[in-house]
Design a binder for this molecule. Structure first.
Ligand code: GDD
Ligand code: MN
Length: 242
């Protein structure tokens, strides 16, 4: 199938203290798109990282060009959910890819997301750790139980028809993502889950690509006890309201 000339992919990269990871993830994304030939832009949403991530991002912009690396920083840490909302406002692509900047989401899967989207005309393609060859590497037992438990609870309560609800490595049609964002109430980590639950509610076509999630080497996770509590609250809210 000949691909449409107009297709452009905007990759949203939220960063908070990712100065070691940003150069490598950027290089891998650039490499993936140079190989596929698809048009793209990388939108870095840095929340005033004290480690100087934004300075690193500026250097990358000098290397790859300001059409490829777009900087949309915010003054302080305002959370992951609102970082996406902020990023999409500036996206010029007709498709949006959301992924973590810490190398847990490998850019090599992007071409599979794109292929599946085109083959099956998906509105959303979701990376999944919990189907096919997907999996998680490097997490301790506690983190595995939290993630599995969060997914299991959500599966039982919401029956969303997708195997990985809390993952965030996804491809969306832009207008679909915008509509989902407009209808989502959660702002924290539970945002990922609400997006996929709403997607199913609206009857959007969701495709899944098994991914391996590799725990970060540099820096640390921003997910802590308070996120887990707000996840549980958000889950109950969704259960009650959908
Ligand atoms: N701009 C911005 N602001 N970026 C943030 C913020 C924030 O407040 N908090 C985190 N990030 C960025 C990180 O720099 C990273 O690129 C990405 O968001 C994910 O953050 P991590 O702290 O690495 O999350 P995680 O590895 O614990 O959680 C991952 O797995 C969860 C459950 O499986 C993420 O993929 C989550 O989205 C996912 O829900
Ligand atoms: Mn991470």
């Amino acid at each position: 199938m000949p691909r449409s000339k107009a297709d452009k992919y905007s990759i949203l990269l939220p960063t908070y203290n990712e100065k070691e990871n940003l150069p490598l993830i950027t290089w891998l994304i650039v490499k993936s798109f140079s190989e596929s030939g698809h048009d793209y832009e990388i939108i870095v949403i840095d929340d005033g990282s004290p480690d100087g991530t934004l300075e690193v991002a500026k250097q990358l912009q000098d290397i790859y060009g300001s059409d490829k690396i777009v900087l949309r920083p915010r003054a302080k840490k305002l959370g992951l959910g609102t970082a996406y909302i902020h990023g999409i406002k500036h996206a010029t692509g007709n498709f949006i890819i959301i992924m973590d900047a810490d190398l847990s989401h490998h850019p090599k899967f992007i071409s599979e997301f794109i292929r599946l989207q085109k083959e099956e005309q998906c509105d959303v393609v979701s990376g999944t750790r919990y189907a096919g060859n997907g999996g998680v590497y490097g997490w301790d037992l506690k983190r595995k139980i939290i993630s599995r438990g969060a997914n299991f609870l959500a599966q039982v309560l919401l029956r969303p028809g997708a195997s990985d609800l809390t993952g965030s490595f996804r491809l969306y049609k832009k207008e679909v993502l915008q509509r989902l964002i407009d209808s989502c109430v959660s702002k924290g980590y539970v945002f990922q889950m609400e997006m996929i639950v709403r997607a199913r509610q609206f009857g959007y076509k969701i495709g899944e690509v098994p991914i391996t999630f590799v725990d970060r080497f540099y820096g640390e996770s921003k997910l802590g006890g308070s996120e887990i509590i707000s996840y549980a609250k958000g889950l109950l809210y969704l259960f009650a309201s959908t």
